[in-house]
Design a protein around this ligand. Structure first.
Ligand code: ADP
Ligand code: MG
Length: 579
């Protein structure tokens, strides 16, 4: 074939491929346009994973009628006009490619009105070609509707995943923008039902609560750091070291509030947690790095997901230091040790402390960081005492911050996390009852109606059998609601509806990394366990330690976190210069 310049519609389809990879990319571009338009309320509506319909409605500054058609031409943008501006981009968009690319592969309609104008304007396009346009009544702002995505590119449609997979990408995307822009109220409607809303009140922690849920949000620490030389600033949240996940996808980064993917930034955060996390566990974070626009090249990728930094090392160390500083201030326990000395996590405790754990290969190594205790090279020494159960080896000294039990033994000091310890005890009790087919259910005096979010409903449907086998009794009760008739006996008095919601949320979180049966038991144990913040009597503490000691895996809670930290006598003597 001779060399020819491609016909414009073909060129447009090819270009569209770079920008519009899947429904979530359309949502991303449209949401970014709404943010650039100064919107304070952005609604995203999708149907069938976005293939059937994507609609993004904002209350931003709108587009003048005479410019609407131009916005759909390639490389048409109101955001930059010169090379200097390209070097310091302050808006989300700047390439002028999104609208034409989206329009080239869908049936698109845009309705827009500038706030001070009496009326609006509407333009409809089919596979990129303008069809009809004219005056149109509408509220101030812009609504872009994208129907039948890839209807003219059947091959590309085949590459899409199931509509629920595409939906969850869009849910993830919208929630990340909600984190970056807490002053914008986001609403996501999936197949006619609201699936997510953010408060939009400008309070970052409340946006975090909407996205990560109460359990994770309360365990996240506020980060504010600045590099005095460059003025780079890091703000946001980082999870307490006890709050971890099994993969890196819970680390979110924004650069000048643009959501970016960057291994370098993940490494910087992981570096900050060095020595604080178990192996193969990753922290949660949501951080925005602000820096002068000219120090970051956002034009490194067609969909602007990746960026290049002029001073990568400086970015790395600013992030690492800001996060580390918060962890040091908020997590006193591991930092009792000097930076490179060993912290003896419970995994290094000789098994003789817990006689039964000496049997049958328990998780002694637990994956805790740091080398094994020097006093017990190679792990636990063989111990004759292991077979004779005597008085509890741990003596309660007191309670710390209403959260930890301080205990001592000849081997030194132990800090026991009261919630994690009780969780372990309950988990074992539940699992044992289960294996004896005797899970106890506690009927409620009157059935309690419980309303579930779509996500909770989904978790319930896929775990119903397991939940019922542990003592929940449920009956569908119309749209998204259930009647709760019984709860696991282990819950005692508490609010039964809250118990169910808690267990569902925890199951959804843990479900990704654990086996099904365990998830339910762990979630029930977690809900039933005493919380941090509860004052315990000495008797209660002694009883808890005794019960913990009797479990086969006393060293970790069912989520794999340590139940206790050990400070050896040797270590203390060294710290105080006695050796
Ligand atoms: P870019 O965002 O890179 O400028 P787009 O193709 O996404 O390119 O949009 C083209 C232009 O249309 C924008 O520069 C902007 O002026 C206008 N525009 C698009 N969406 C909106 C919106 N939601 N509100 C106001 N103006 C918009
Ligand atoms: Mg844009």
């Amino acid at each position: 074939m001779p060399i020819r310049v491609l016909a414009p519609d073909l060129a447009a389809k090819i270009a569209a491929g770079e920008v519009v990879e899947r429904p979530a990319s359309v949502v991303k571009e449209l949401v970014e346009n709404s943010i650039d338009a100064g919107a304070s309320h952005i609604t995203v509506e999708i149907k069938a994973g976005g293939v059937e319909q994507i609609k993004v409605i904002d209350d931003g500054h709108g587009i003048p009628p005479q410019e609407v058609a131009i916005a759909f031409q390639r490389h048409a943008t109101s955001k930059i006009a010169s090379q200097e501006q390209l070097d310091a981009i302050a808006t989300m968009g700047f390439r002028g490619e999104a609208l034409p690319s989206i329009a080239a592969v869908s049936r698109t309609a845009i309705t827009t009105r500038q706030p001070l104008e009496p009326g609006g304007f509407r333009l409809e396009l089919l596979w990129g070609e303008p069809q009809s346009s004219g005056a149109h009544g509408c509220p101030p702002g812009t609504a872009v509707e994208v129907l039948d995505l890839f209807g003219n590119l059947p091959a590309r449609r085949k590459f899409l995943r199931s509509s629920s997979a595409e939906t969850s990408r869009i849910q993830e995307l919208v929630s990340r923008y909600a984190l970056a822009f807490p002053a914008v109220r986001f609403q996501l409607i999936v197949d006619g039902k609201t699936s997510f809303t953010s408060p939009g009140n400008g309070v970052p922690r409340e946006a975090l609560l909407a996205v990560y849920g109460p359990q994770a949000a309360t365990g996240m620490l506020e980060v504010h750091g600045e590099d005095p030389d460059s003025g780079y600033q890091v703000d946001g949240f980082a999870g307490a070291p006890s709050l971890t996940r099994a993969n890196r996808s819970y680390m979110t980064f924004f650069v000048n509030r643009r959501w970016v993917q960057s291994r370098m930034l993940s490494y910087a955060v992981e570096e900050a947690y060095m020595g604080l996390l178990q192996v193969k566990r990753y922290p949660l974070s949501a951080l925005n790095i602000s820096m002068p626009y000219e120090e970051v090249d956002v034009n490194a990728h067609p969909s602007k997901k990746e960026v290049r930094f002029r001073e990568e090392n400086r970015v790395f160390s600013t992030v690492q230091r800001a996060v580390r500083a918060v962890l040091v201030a908020d997590s006193p326990v591991p930092f009792l040790a000097s930076p490179n000395s060993e912290i003896e996590y419970a995994s290094a405790i000789p098994s003789s402390f817990f006689p039964r754990s000496a049997f049958g290969g328990t998780r002694n190594s637990g994956g805790a960081p740091g080398p094994a205790s020097p006093e017990y090279p190679g792990g636990a020494p063989p111990d004759a005492a292991a077979t004779q159960r005597s008085a509890p080896p741990l003596k309660v000294v007191g309670q710390l911050k209403l959260t930890y039990i301080v205990a001592e033994s000849p081997e030194g000091m132990f800090l026991v996390d009261q919630h994690a310890a009780h969780e372990r005890v309950l988990f074992d009790r539940i699992s044992q009852k289960m294996s004896e087919q005797a899970a106890q259910s506690q009927p409620l005096l009157a059935p309690v109606p419980v309303e579930l979010s779509p996500a909770q409903g989904e978790t319930l449907r896929s775990n119903r059998e397991s939940l019922e086998s542990y003592g929940f009794q449920l009956e569908p009760f119309g749209d998204g609601s259930y009647l709760l008739r019984a709860v696991p006996a282990i819950f005692g008095e508490g609010d039964p509806a809250k118990a169910l919601l808690d267990v569902l949320d925890m199951t959804a979180f843990e479900g990704l990394v654990r086996q099904k049966e365990d998830v339910t038991a762990a979630s029930i144990a977690c809900h039933g366990a005493i919380r941090a913040g509860k004052s315990l009597t000495e008797q209660e503490m002694t009883a808890l330690l005794e019960q913990l000691e009797a479990t086969p895996n006393p060293h970790t809670c069912p989520h794999g976190r340590p139940t206790m930290v050990h400070f050896s006598s040797l270590h203390m003597e060294r710290e105080f210069g006695r050796r």
